[in-house]
Design a protein around this ligand. Structure first.
Ligand SMILES: *Cc1c(COP(=O)(O)O)cnc(C)c1O
Length: 372
């Protein structure tokens, strides 16, 4: 009996709704497949729930980051401080607008960017800092907000993985001047396809993003600025609006699974569970650290349990981004994380029995082989 990392039945319960929407939108007289009424309702649903000034649905989380940087006029000659550990868009979105990513190391335990290292890397060219929430842990937004304010920098929040998390009463996405969400299936509010959103408490910034995502126009065929094509699908918008009702419940299920993992891995030799806390958490991924990661991964695979390594290499050590990083520099905590992290299944469809099977397997591997 397999326990896959990505469950193939994630959208099974909603299959009929999806099929009906395809038909309904497909044959509707207006023949509107992007940025129509369904997208407007979806944006408004998220905006209202968050209490944001604006929510702009767009093509992906990656392009959401790019849209925010463009809307802030960040470009050639500017530096943006980003984490050295994380996914490619943190670096590529910055490069794509012609700016320069400056990589800050992460905290060894929490795996989110170290605010002291962010502060140390600010120069006269720095325009923005762009922290990212990582796996289940939100970045230290109170301190990063303070750094951005005291140094006069823009604050872009890569909250792609943290939709639904709240830190000190403020939702992920609203700490920054703008934040982003991704709706790729693996994310907390994932869907069967590609999409993202910009969320902001700044209505003016929102209006610029809204224009940029659709070829720089507010009015059809009137192009005020050079924009992009980063639009949102009407079928997915209607599907996500429908699924939003169950989102909190699915997140709560993820949190309960994570809590059980925490319990069963506490004081287990050889694995370090994520730092325990309730505030600022969103269990998009449950990631343990282990010195014998490969052994643990194979042990689980042999028992039909899927796991995942994201990310195997620090961003500045990737071939794509190394030319943009200082020669000879090391990001030791990012390297440490890349060698040790292993994500376990935490999707809301796991049954209690399956959760116990994952726990038993991890414990057996660690206790049996005395993984250090
Ligand atoms: C997934 C992700 C993105 C990009 O989102 P896509 O929708 O896949 O383009 C950006 N940043 C982080 C931290 C992510 O995990």
């Amino acid at each position: 009996m397999q326990i896959p990392f990505f469950p193939p039945d994630l959208f099974e319960d909603d299959r009929k709704v999806m099929l009906d929407l395809i038909r309904e939108i497909g044959v509707a007289p207006e023949q509107k497949f992007i940025l129509g009424e369904h997208t407007r309702v979806f944006e408004e649903t998220l905006r209202e729930e968050l209490g944001a000034a604006d929510v702009i649905a767009c093509g992906s989380g990656t392009s959401a980051l790019g849209l925010v940087l463009r809307a802030m006029d960040i470009g050639p000659g500017d530096e943006v401080v980003v984490p050295a550990f994380g996914c490619a868009p943190l670096a590529s979105a910055v490069l794509e607008v012609g700016a320069h990513p400056v990589f800050a190391d992460v905290d060894r335990r929490t795996l989110v960017v170290d605010p002291d290292d962010v502060a140390a890397r600010i120069t006269h060219r720095t325009k923005a800092i762009m922290p990212a929430h990582m796996f289940s842990v939100m970045a230290d937004m109170p301190r990063l907000t303070e750094i951005a304010a005291s140094r006069g920098l823009r604050l872009v929040e890569d909250s792609a993985v943290a939709q639904g998390a709240v830190m000190a009463g403020t939702p992920a996405g609203l700490w920054g001047e703008a934040g982003v969400y991704s709706f790729v299936q693996v994310k907390s509010f994932g869907m069967p396809g590609e999409g993202g959103a910009v969320v902001t408490r700044d209505a003016e910034l929102g209006a610029r993003v809204r224009m940029l995502r659709n070829h720089g126009q507010r009015e059809r065929f009137v192009h005020e600025v050079v924009g992009l094509n980063s639009r949102f699908d009407e079928i997915q918008a209607a599907f996500q609006t429908y699924r939003f009702a169950g989102f909190a419940e699915r997140l709560a299920r993820r949190a309960r699974i994570a809590e059980r993992y925490d319990e069963r891995f506490a004081s287990l030799p050889g694995v370090v569970p994520p730092p325990a806390a309730r505030d600022g958490r969103c269990h998009h991924v449950y990631c343990v650290q282990s010195d014998r990661r490969e052994e643990l991964r194979e042990f689980l695979a042999a028992r039909g349990i899927g796991s995942h390594v994201h990310y195997p290499r620090p961003l500045p050590e990737q071939a794509a981004f190394a030319p943009h990083a200082p020669v000879g520099e090391r990001w030791v905590n990012a390297e440490h994380a890349c060698a040790r992290i292993l994500a376990l299944p935490v999707h809301p469809h796991l049954t209690d029995d399956e959760v116990e099977r994952v726990c038993d397997a991890v414990r057996e591997c660690c206790e049996g082989s005395r993984v250090r």
